[in-house]
Write a new protein. Sequence first.
Length: 674
Amino acid sequence: MSGHCNNLRNVGIFAHVDAGKTTTTEQMLYLSGHIRSLGSVDTGTTQTDSLEVERERGISVRAAVTRFVWKDTAINLVDTPGHVDFLSEVERSLRVMDGAVLIISAVEGVQAQTEVIWQALRELSIPTLIYVNKMDRIGADAEEVLNQIQRFLSPHALPVQAPDGAESGYTGSMELLGQADAGSGSGAAGFQQPPLARSFRQMMVEWIAEQNETLMNKYIEEEVLQEEELAESLLRSVHQSELFPVLFGASGRGIGVQPLMDAVIRYLPSPTGSESAPVAGVIFKMERDPVMGKIAYVRLYEGVIHNRDLVLNVTRDMQDKVTQIRRVHGQKTEDVGVLRAGDIAAVCGWSRARIGDIVGSPEGVPGEKRLAVPLLTVQVQWRNAAEYPAVVAAFQELADEDPLLDLQWLQDERELHLKVMGPIQMEVLASILKSRFQLDVTFGAPSVIYKETPVSAGEGFIAYTMPKPCWAILRFLIEPGERGSGLTYKSLVRGEQLLESYQNEVARRVPEALQQGLRGWEVTDLSVTLVEGEHHVWHTHPLDFVVATPMGIMNGLASIGTKLLEPMLRFRLSIPEEYGGKLMNELVVMRGEFDAPVVRQERMDIEGLLPVATTLDFPARLGSMTKGRGTLSTFFSGYRECPPDVHVERQRRGVNPLDQSKYILAVRNALTQH
């Protein structure tokens, strides 16, 4: 049976910070009768911002899942963070959505984060509605925003509503579809239809007709199309991610939210999935509850899970028992005892699960889209030595909830390093440590994460035959790869020369060996081929290849040399024209590359590339250089070669495999202690 899915929607709400996402979610909960009074982001009383830091700062940090019913359809709504520092939360939520609502502010228009999310929504072909919020604010301009949406996001965004008035005169929006008389110029309440509604309606009809040859021919011949034909064709195009309906509203005043909820049910698809198929699902969010312990949020694609079921966690290769299945409504949860195909719920009892784990069968679980690339690393500092173990344990728990923190715990140096997206994330982490673990931590200055790549092709060789008993001989061919290609590894050695089990050990150790290159950074964009390998019938111990692989790899890197790669940001800068000269000079000093600036209405827009290393304090400087009137949006564009005068080393963890005798002793000791 899969019929129950028809009156269910799984929808993600996405936006740039401050576009009014949480306020819109709050209105939906209120209008659906789910909450009795409206909370406010400004006073920190909203349903979906449950972390103390979210209430204090008025921003969402974690994706929040909530459920309400509207017109007999249950909607699982995932409110995602809008700040670029929390892109990893957005990325995980995208995977489990069947539809999306992208909110854009009528005043600020399309912003950098909006574009990053839009790219991801398109690559995953998720049907999307665009909701232009804040139509009641000073500076709101529906035509200009629609223009931007069509320019920066998609030319296939089409208005299905026209706003009535703007700024303080905004009273709501007119539906452009379903008014049989809309074409005749007598629109709402018999008044003459405003010119904006007429031009939007014309645009909509032409776009819908263009998607369908039959309609197109009919439109050319008769110039009139039936509302049913238009509606049917539009729905098909939205489901296939070919057209994107644009709606207008002012969520702060509750205007436009009901039509948006109607549009979610009308245009966004219901989940597919069969309850009789084997269980297949993914964990997209982890939380820790003081009473229930670890809670795993699961999107189930196929099958059914009940309380007390034993479920296979494919990623961890273990069975885990469900103690409770809970449904979350804002701050309240209830035990529902069952999770069916197509639905989302919180599962308790899976204490060893992590974010991203697949449960049941991997068949039928969609892949994920990588958006977030942490480009900075920071060192954690604590108040006194006694707190050290507690701080480590707290960060290990947070890294379970956000694996991208990629915690590096250097036990010998008693240091803790983590990867972050930016300064707001650091503030938020400090705040969570204080409120949840009662620990005070600070962070050192962030440093950029560089990478290394081989200068040319060459060989690495190791004959590990002393001190006995040991025998492992390896020869690697190391070659530079394309930018962004990562690591490719293969072996040309036959099984009789080197047993398969030993070859597997080498394959497992090569990526580890490349975590620290000659300058201490991860080595990437290369191919490594095992061209020769030899074991000894009596002398070889299986762990010999664990010891030998890093020595062989480092031997190769040392003989060919590596060069540094640095992360680059794609940027768009908008400034008043009078500051143009000063800022272009600044960009040159920062090693920026940019296209010729575009001047529009006394503002200058500049687009180009900047190294992360030179931009750490740029947002703050930009504010003072333009008296707060400049806007900067950046997104990660990839790694590329550093100029030759940039030399950045990172302190190496552990013994360098180039110091072979010392390294062998260190690894042998470590191996025998375990």
